[in-house]
Design a protein around this ligand. Sequence first.
Ligand code: ZN
Length: 398
Amino acid sequence: MQYLFCKRNFYFKFFFICKLFLFVSIYSFAQKTIAITIDDLPSALPKISLMHSVEINNKLIAELDKKKVPVIGFVNEFMVAVDGEEEERTEMLRKWVSKGLELGNHTYSHTGFTTGNFHKYENEIRKGEIITNKVLGEKGKKVRYFRPPFLKIGSTVPEKEKLNLFLADMNYTLAPATIESSDFVFNLIYLKAKVQDDTATMRSIAKEYLDFTLNRLKFYEEVSEKTAGEIIPQIFLCHANDINADHMAELLHLFTNEGYRFISLDKALEHPFYHEADDYIGNEGISWLLRHSNVEDREVFFKIMPKVKPKIRKEYEAVQDNQFIFLLEERIKGASVRVWLLFAFLGFIILLVFFFRVLFQKLNSKLNFYSKFLVIYINEFETGMNTNLINLKNKSIL
Ligand SMILES: [Zn+2]
């Protein structure tokens, strides 16, 4: 009986462990995955100063490092090779690499691939890897991925083939994207609000961006199920800008809240769907999923795809000239001047307190002396004796 009981116990434990193992395997297999990619390093807008750029990069790196998200950043080296600032800007890239983050090529000056410019495009790719390769080379690595600006990879089959051959020749892997949520639109309005210290607008536009990202994520899940038959490992595209730097924690939370686990681009691209040739003919930079949809489905998807609200689009168009960014730079410089003024003021107050303390000590000692002198004088005047008064005068005590 005892033996039977033990045997039953053994079988019970064995089946329990098997069930647990099966559950864990199914769960980890079914969990959705996503690779985060950040374009336009070191900063997405050309008028952004070095100081502003450093702030954006530091915030992004800190949050990604804290959550250990294996991100890849795609560099535009024209924003690194800035006269007089190249060393500091290169240092920002070094910081990415020092935290184990990957860097890729995004052309030298963010040039899109259009018909007839292939020669220029090739040069842009060659020129766009020099500093990045130097930085990666210090860690024994080299640039492996190419992200085409505007996701344009050629309008025709021969153009696409030409680019693929060139990239293969350069040992590059094309980095596609499945989801983007127009962060650049929200960012410009956010930045303008930041310049004006309008925290209410900053908060509301950040919320609009996060809500819109969630809508786009759900939309692309549908596209993925219809096109690939499952939710494939997603590749999210966003930019090195203020709205992402200030709200990366919420953005990452949005994905984990939807059941996603973060993976590297390497890992995402292992899925066979990323190795299928697309038959999309056109010059639009569209999601890898939409490139692989059939023509009828694609038209439906374009119609039902969540769009940026017209009010936000209008605001974005109104501030697109970026002139206000200069105001932001002035504000940042103004803020640092204010910090120095505050230090100077505090120093002055400390000196003032010290001065008055010494002064009061001196006065106090003088007052002490004269009050004692007066008391003795009155006392001796009344008694007719002046011995103590003479002593006090001679020793100048007290
Ligand atoms: Zn870009």
